[in-house]
Design a protein around this ligand. Structure first.
Ligand code: ARG
Length: 588
């Protein structure tokens, strides 16, 4: 693996050293380099530095220019406006740099982070015995993309699917199953759909008895105690619910074209044995206090309606532990056993108060610090066309599976329309329909900043025009098809060739792939990768319109160099989409 220094980094370094040679007190200052339409790059940093040093910015800029060695990389640099620097690169440097990326296979020359840490990503956390709905979509999609991006930078990521597999509701379910054995078919015998319909049936039936029979209610309550104290028979029945649910979860994740690892499904129940100790540690250190029998943590700044402090409840007055205790125990496990340096929670913004309190508690206890930090990547709501939270026509929550099925159906129709021209077989149409439909859903989600709400609009999502995944997938497939038409001409970089404006713009954008992913990963901002890819496809379209690759046939070297640009573009699109969890079919 050979990492490649990006052109903007090389220019940045050269400008910075010319700057400190001119003005020693500017050592380490940022020349503020940006891509520019006037030249290749523009540096705007001199203005502020001149102001600080009380000198004329244009004069300072001219002196800096005098200290820049033009040649290999920088072809030309000139002062413009009040004291900007316009930098033009040599064509050779641009092509050679890209050729080095091309030689590096999938990584495209992007270096790995030097001091990589361990990030635990808590995402895709459905609840046992419950159907997954549209709310579970964002956590899964955003979490998976962030993971892909962080992994690519060299960060070590560990997934945690903190599934809801614990709590009082299991008393009712288990007691019902205990009294009606055989109501739940063994997990090994069912598929995802059957599993969910069995779970739904048992849930409804047990709910009905629970609501109408006081004695059953009492038995269910006792069952909770048995579960929490680890009664063997109770645990066995509980396990049946978990196993049956997992069959269902896996079928949905497979639909989402997402890999979930069994060892990373570590739900609320997994921390059961730690909870008492967590409570003890918090009480002994004075972080938590007893209040009306419960063990709670208070926060000055968090207050409810009548200005009463709202506490975090670590242990209820009846001795039971809840959601907060499992999250606090999970933090101890993640920090001290898994040696995390960052904890990232991809959870609905509606739980942000919970996490604020949990994180603050963990900080007071010394489990989190300046070196080990926690963030809740709280995401916004998926809205329907009417701008209200997405519901079915009947006003019910939308089942995630139904929504995915519909997306695939729509996408398959879009694919089918063009299939004959491309010569796709029925099997390819079906496969592409899946990749396009699921890609559309993921991309619509990821191209919006995670903290914003977005409208779930399938018509827009599978549209071939505009900022959609289908548009990017078609761009990719179109590039791939060029190689079939190129005859015996193959991609080959020719650094001696002069580049046309559209070729430069494309090449410079390709060079910025790594920087974009690093920035987006550091900010937990998948939409920045999406925006980058969309712009890449647009720049490619301009290039393709202005710089013929196959017809009319250019000179041999020009054709080879353009095919090389096509290939780097295709690989970058493919890799960028893969980071977001989206496939790029070869033929579409
Ligand atoms: N299962 C929860 C829900 O569906 C989300 C869990 C989030 N993760 C966590 N560590 N609390 O709302």
């Amino acid at each position: 693996m050979a990492s490649v220094t990006s052109l903007s980094d090389s220019v940045q370094q050269q400008l910075a050293s010319a700057l400190s040679a001119t003005l020693p007190e500017a050592a380490g200052a940022d020349p503020l380099l940006r891509r520019s339409d006037r030249a290749d790059f523009q540096a705007n940093g001199i203005l502020a530095l001149a102001k600080k040093a009380k000198t004329n910015p244009r004069e300072l800029a001219a002196q800096v220019v005098g200290n820049i060695v033009t040649g290999d990389v920088i072809k030309d640099v000139e002062v413009s406006g009040p004291g900007f620097l316009n930098v033009t690169l040599s064509d050779r440097a641009i092509t050679e740099n890209l050729a080095a990326r091309y030689a590096d296979g999938e990584r495209l020359g992007v270096p790995l982070k030097e001091n990589a840490g361990v990030t635990i990503i808590d995402y895709a956390q459905p609840n046992v015995a419950k159907e997954m709905h549209v709310g579970h979509l964002r956590s899964a999609v955003i979490g998976d993309a962030l993971r892909g991006m962080l992994d690519f930078t060299g960060e070590k990521t560990i997934g945690r699917h903190h599934i809801g597999d614990w709590g009082t509701q299991f008393g009712m379910l288990i007691q019902y199953l205990f009294e009606n054995p055989g109501e739940l078919a063994p997990a090994a015998d069912v598929d995802g759909e059957q599993a969910m319909s069995n779970l739904n049936r048992v849930y409804k039936a047990s709910r009905a008895v629970f609501d109408s029979d006081e004695e059953f209610k009492e038995r269910a309550r006792k069952r909770v105690v048995a579960l929490q104290s680890g009664d063997k028979e109770t645990l066995e029945l509980w396990q049946q619910f978990v196993d049956e649910s997992k069959v269902y979860f896996y079928s949905v994740f497979e639909k989402l074209d997402m890999q979930i690892r069994d060892e990373e499904i570590v739900g609320e129940s997994a921390y059961n044995d730690m909870m008492a100790e967590t409570a003890r540690l918090l009480e002994e250190s004075g972080v938590a206090v007893r209040s009306e029998g419960a063990l709670v943590v208070f926060f000055d700044e968090i207050r409810g309606k009548d200005d009463q402090p709202v506490p975090l409840i670590v242990q209820k007055a009846d001795g039971g532990f809840g959601y907060a205790a499992s999250d606090l125990s999970a933090i101890r496990n993640r920090v001290f056993d898994l040696h995390a340096t960052t904890l990232l929670y991809v959870v609905d913004v509606r739980q942000s108060l919970h996490f604020k309190m949990v994180f603050e508690t963990a900080r007071r206890a010394g489990w989190l610090s300046d070196d080990v930090t926690a963030h809740n990547m709280g995401y916004g709501t998926v809205l329907g066309a009417d701008g209200k939270p997405f519901k079915t026509r009947e006003g019910e929550t939308v089942r995630l599976e139904d929504l995915l099925d519909e997306a695939v159906e729509r996408a398959t129709a879009v694919v089918r329309e063009k299939a004959e021209k491309v010569g796709l077989s029925e099997a390819e149409i079906v496969e592409n329909g899946r990749y396009v439909g699921i890609g559309a859903v993921k991309y619509a989600d990821l191209s919006t900043s995670p903290n914003r709400d977005y409208k779930f609009d399938l018509d827009q999502m599978v549209s071939l025009n505009g900022d959609t995944s289908v548009y990017l997938q078609y761009a990719y497939a179109r590039i791939r098809s060029i190689f079939g038409k190129a005859g015996d001409r193959t991609p080959l970089a020719h650094p001696e060739l002069e580049l046309a404006p559209a070729e430069r713009a494309l090449a410079l954008h390709l060079d910025a792939f790594g920087e974009t992913v690093f920035e987006a990963a550091a900010e937990y901002a998948p939409h920045k990768v999406a925006a980058y890819l969309y712009q890449l496809a647009s720049l490619y379209t301009t290039f393709y319109d202005q710089c013929p690759v196959v017809k009319p046939a250019p000179a041999q070297e020009v054709a080879e160099n353009r095919l090389f640009l096509c290939d780097v573009t295709a690989r970058t699109l493919h890799q960028g989409m893969a980071l977001l969890g989206i496939r790029t079919p070869e033929r579409l």
